[in-house]
Each structure stands twice: as structure tokens, then as C-alpha cells.
Design a protein around this ligand. Structure first.
Ligand code: G3P
Length: 257
């Protein structure tokens, strides 16, 4: 199962905007997501965590320090407190109106428009599956009619298992984590966790792995690639999609390929 795209112009290859058009706009904010769609990204990657009061919110780091005017751990704050923070000035003062989006805000925007790769952050994963962030995110995805237009992923293989247990047909990718993978080949991991795709960094991708993934026809998504040459090499190698901070550049590479 792979998500259905709303604007798949280039056969099977998928342009994924990593945290939005984050080379040009503050990552994981509504403006970065909107601009990614304008640049014709077919999927937007975003990171999901939980506020103190249990609301799925879109943010990458465990701590607020780097990308807001707040400090300490995000999980210590309620949604109301988080919404008062400035999530754009760190990038440029002209983005001071950007706040931390909720997953629900992003789904409202994306529904009917663009597919999403929802990465469940390890920090938010627990063994309590019924009250898990995976369950909450899944419910929101269904509420907004996005069930066939999302790809979930996580570095925490527990989250991957929870998602498949909660909804066996929901598209899920294993986000390669060396510590949880023993010495298994990608196709063995994909089989073991019963997932739909394999995601990993271009830094980790071995030649042997690419051959294994192609042989087993496993959809493969590679992050985070902002160089034209590397994009071309990966496309030639047969990857299914690339995460980039520069969706406009990847679009031009795909068009001229
Ligand atoms: O999901 C692909 C990529 O975003 C994973 O790395 O650090 O951006 O969560 P990171």
C-alpha cells in the first residue's frame, strides 16, 4: 500500500518536501507547507509529537530552544502555551507570525490537496497503544478523509507495529534505525515488520541495499537530498521518492530527467 497522490505528474516517482519547503521557510510551519504545494511537491513530510495535554503537534526537536523563542522540552507545555510561541523568527524575523501547527491544522490544509508523510517522533512513543500518539494521529487522519493519502513512518519500530495493529492497511514505512535492525537486509526488515516501504538516509544506503530493494520491488524513500547530482543518481538507481528541503529543485530535476 502506498498513498494515493493528488498531483502525480511524474509516473511513480514522488517529490517529498522535507518539513515543507524548509530551505526557504521555517521548517514544520504552515507557510513552509503551503509553499511546498506551490512548488508542486507531491507529499509533505512532517514530524509529530504530543503536547502536555495530549494534542498531536508538528515539531521536530524534543526541545523548543532551536526553533522557537521557548525553552526546555515540548512535552512540558500545553497546546495553549505552545501556540503563544514564535516558530518563525529563528529563520527570519519576517516569519514571526508562524506558530507550531497542530496535526489537525495540517490535515485541514492538506486534505484534497497533498499527501502527507507523518513521522511519529521517538520521544512521543510509549507502550500504551490505546492512548498512543499513533492512535490519535490515525483518528485525525481518518476524520479528514486522508487515510489513503498518508504514509506513516517512525525510527521507533514500536510505533510502526502499533500502526499496523491499529489499522493493517494504513501505509507505513520503516524509517531505518540501525540499533533496531540487527544485520537484516531491507527486504527482511520490511517482511518482519509487515510494512509498505523502506525509508533511509542517503548516507546509510548501501549499493547492496539498493539491489535488494529493487529485487524485492520495495518502495524506497531517501532523505534528505538537496544536491542536484545526488538527486539524479538516486533517481537513476530506482528510488521511489526523495525527501528534499528544495522541492522546486527536485521538480526541475524530475522534469529534465
Ligand atoms: O523522515 C525522513 C527524515 O525526515 C528523517 O529524519 O531527522 O528529519 O526526522 P529527521
Amino acid at each position: 500500500n502506498l498513498p494515493t497522490l493528488y498531483n502525480d505528474n511524474d509516473d511513480d516517482f514522488i517529490i517529498i518536501a522535507h518539513r515543507g519547503a524548509s530551505a526557504y521557510y521555517p521548517e514544520n510551519t504552515m507557510i513552509a507547507f503551503k509553499k511546498a504545494v506551490e512548488m508542486e511537491a507531491e507529499m509533505i513530510e512532517l514530524d509529530v509529537m504530543m503536547s502536555k495535554d495530549g494534542v498531536p503537534i508538528v515539531f521536530h526537536d524534543a526541545k523548543l530552544n532551536r526553533h522557537t523563542n521557548g525553552s526546555s522540552y515540548i512535552k512540558l507545555y500545553s497546546l495553549k502555551e505552545l501556540k503563544n510561541l514564535d516558530a518563525g523568527s529563528w529563520f527570519h524575523p519576517k516569519f514571526s507570525d508562524q506558530t507550531i501547527p497542530t496535526l489537525e491544522e495540517v490535515l485541514t490544509f492538506a486534505s484534497g490537496k497533498v499527501a502527507l508523510n507523518i513521522e511519529i517522533k521517538t520521544e512521543a512513543v510509549s507502550n500504551d497503544i490505546e492512548n498512543s500518539i499513533e492512535q490519535k494521529a490515525l483518528q485525525l487522519v481518518k476524520k479528514y478523509g486522508m487515510r489513503n493519502h498518508v504514509l506513516f513512518s517512525s525510527f521507533d519500530y514500536r510505533a510502526v507495529q502499533h500502526l499496523k495493529k491499529l489499522d493493517p492497511d494504513i501505509p507505513v514505512a520503516l524509517l531505518y534505525n540501525r540499533n533496531q535492525s540487527r544485520r537484516l537486509l531491507p527486504h527482511q526488515l520490511v517482511e518482519q515488520y509487515n510494512v509498505d516501504a523502506f525509508n533511509c538516509s542517503y548516507r546509510q544506503l548501501k549499493r547492496k541495499w539498493m539491489a535488494d530493494l529493487n529485487k524485492h520491488k520495495i518502495p524506497t524513500f531517501i532523505y534528505t537530498v538537496d544536491s542536484k547530482r545526488r538527486m539524479q543518481k538516486l533517481i537513476a538507481g530506482g528510488v521511489t521518492g526523495i525527501f528534499t528541503n528544495k522541492p522546486d529543485l527536485l521538480k526541475s530535476v524530475v522534469q529534465n530527467y
